[in-house]
Design a protein. Structure first.
Length: 91
């Protein structure tokens, strides 16, 4: 059971780092006018557990903060994930 706990912790740390990094890379590419990371990929990182990293990336890099579907979608994903964890832990 301890191993599973640490695997989950390491996974969540990694996917949140990915979400944060994707926001930063996409912002840099937007400023340079280069090829961009798709919005689907940004949301996928959040859905796979990287919502906190994605939200932090939005704030730190000031990226996608004016798009309503990011402004409200990322926190909605986080709330859904918190609800899922609470549901799993109380069963």
């Amino acid at each position: 059971m301890k191993i599973l706990f640490w695997i989950i912790i390491i996974y969540l740390a990694a996917i949140n780092l990915v979400g944060f990094t994707l926001m930063g890379v996409d912002k840099r590419r937007a400023v340079k006018g280069a090829w961009r990371i798709s919005e689907a990929a940004l949301f996928l990182a959040a859905v796979l557990g990287g919502s906190i990293g994605s939200i932090l990336g939005m704030r730190v890099f000031r990226h996608k903060t004016k798009h309503w579907y990011f402004k409200y979608g990322m926190p909605a994903i986080l709330l859904a994930q918190i609800a899922l964890v609470i549901f799993i832990l109380t069963r």
